[in-house]
Design a protein. Sequence first.
Length: 160
Amino acid sequence: MKHHIPTKNIIMLQHINTLFCDEKIDWILSGSTALALYGLDVEVHDIDLIVQKKDLDKISKLFEKYTTRQIMYLQSDEVKMRSYWGTYMIDGVELDIISEIEHKVDDVWKTLDVDTTIEIEFEGMKIKMLTLEAEHEEYTALGRIEKANKISRAMTAEKI
């Protein structure tokens, strides 16, 4: 798969992979970095990781000095989303840690299915990522239609 991921982001992923493996923290790559690894032509600025709620305190302590937004439970009526979310800036790379993502669909809160993942090998790492279908659902729910359409086209091309 081709990708357009900045070198500093790859180095950060390698660091996180080693650290989280040592700390026994499961993580799933999502967002633009995952889309780039799927071969989509997207700009990659940050790294989005979905983790289990039980690991949030451990992650907060590991990255304490890099905190730009403490992990907290946030709800946005604008994008109809709620989750635990925290942001860190490490060596010029923004890292978003997310847990328990829910979207409001037809006035009902629906939990993102984080069991729909694939595992790839990249730069010597085994990386678990959301499937393209799950990414499509996520971007659609967030109202980010341009990216959702790009994902849809990739899913169609994949089936040909």
